[in-house]
Design a protein around this ligand. Structure first.
Ligand SMILES: Nc1ncnc2c1ncn2[C@@H]1O[C@H](COP(=O)(O)OP(=O)(O)OP(=O)(O)O)[C@@H](O)[C@H]1O
Length: 291
């Protein structure tokens, strides 16, 4: 079988949604024609223009693009933290109108854990606040996920006593304990050193193998996108528009040194930085191209 990721290229500035390869299954999360703007009295910043994508249950869907292309803004819109100026985001067919316990986010910053709560209290907090579980059930669920991320011995520790990687593990445990429909991750490993980042990518993969959650993951690292994602949406620079979508399920940490991985990374780089005109011909909406 070919090791080549398949591209669903769209013309460079085309506003039509890409053709998804799985029409029989309903998407879990659907973004349709999303334009996002930040308005102030002085001016308006357009973060994305007419971005559409479908995330299916169990997907590890990556939003990849250069700094400022609106990846974080799209994630915030999926989380219900900001509203699109045009378009619609839905989960299971229901419009997203605000934040909800069905979408839980993990961010890059290490300060996302209230410092006055222990690891266990941090993981239990959203379970109790959302009234999902009674206290003893929440404690049990929290300890389960704290164990899953390898922090069973640190349940009573406070965040300031943990390393950056351990704090991110707590944030992941807290998110997964909520059993969200979609786990939203905004560059969660970007502030970690290279070795820890790699380890965390590996652990995320292992957790996904066990729990098969649905992931919407933002990164500007091509390598991380290939390692983490099974599908990648490439966004053009500011304002972000869909450049192409590719299937990347065949890649993982096991393949990072392979010629196929390098070739896919190079091709994505060319696509992102506008050096690959052949991949985005005007007539290629929905056409599948091999890398
Ligand atoms: N709160 C805000 N107010 C005004 N403009 C904003 C705000 N947040 C983001 N923007 C602008 O929207 C655009 C997209 O920003 P966003 O953070 O979504 O991009 P990004 O692709 O995630 O970038 P990065 O990889 O650097 O985090 C940028 O031009 C940014 O300056």
């Amino acid at each position: 079988m070919s090791q080549q990721p398949q591209l669903h290229a769209v013309p460079k500035w085309h506003t039509q949604s890409i053709a998804a390869p799985r029409p029989a299954v309903q998407p879990l999360l659907r973004a349709e024609g999303i334009s996002l703007e930040y308005r102030s009295r002085a001016h308006t910043v357009r973060a994305t223009h007419d971005v559409s994508f479908d995330v299916y249950r169990g997907d590890r869907f990556v939003l990849l693009g250069p700094s400022g292309c609106g990846k974080s803004s799209l994630l915030k819109a999926a989380g219900g933290f900001i509203a699109p100026s045009a378009g619609r985001i839905s989960i299971n067919g229901q419009a997203v109108n605000g934040p909800g316990p069905d979408r839980v986010a993990v961010f890059q910053e290490f300060d996302q854990l209230p410092p006055w709560k222990t690891v266990k209290q941090n993981v239990m907090f959203p379970l109790l606040a959302s009234k999902k579980l009674k206290r003893n059930e929440a404690e049990e669920r929290a300890m389960h996920w704290i164990g899953k991320v390898g922090l069973a011995g640190f349940a009573d520790a406070y965040p300031h006593t943990l390393s950056g990687g351990m704090k991110q593990r707590v944030a992941i445990a807290r998110a997964l304990a909520m059993q969200p429909e979609v786990l939203l991750m905004d560059e969660p490993f970007a502030a970690l050193d290279a070795l820890t980042r790699r380890k965390m990518q590996e652990e995320l993969g292992r957790l996904w193998e066990e729990a098969r959650f649905t992931l919407l993951f933002v990164t500007h690292s091509i390598e991380e996108a290939l390692v983490v994602g099974n599908r990648i949406l490439l966004l053009s620079p500011h304002p972000g528009r869909v450049r192409a979508e590719l299937n990347s399920h065949q890649f993982g940490l096991h393949s990072t040194g392979s010629p196929e991985f390098q070739s896919a990374a190079n091709r994505i780089h060319r696509l992102l930085f506008d050096e690959d005109t052949a991949a985005a011909p005007e007539s290629a909406v929905g056409r599948r191209l091999a890398l």
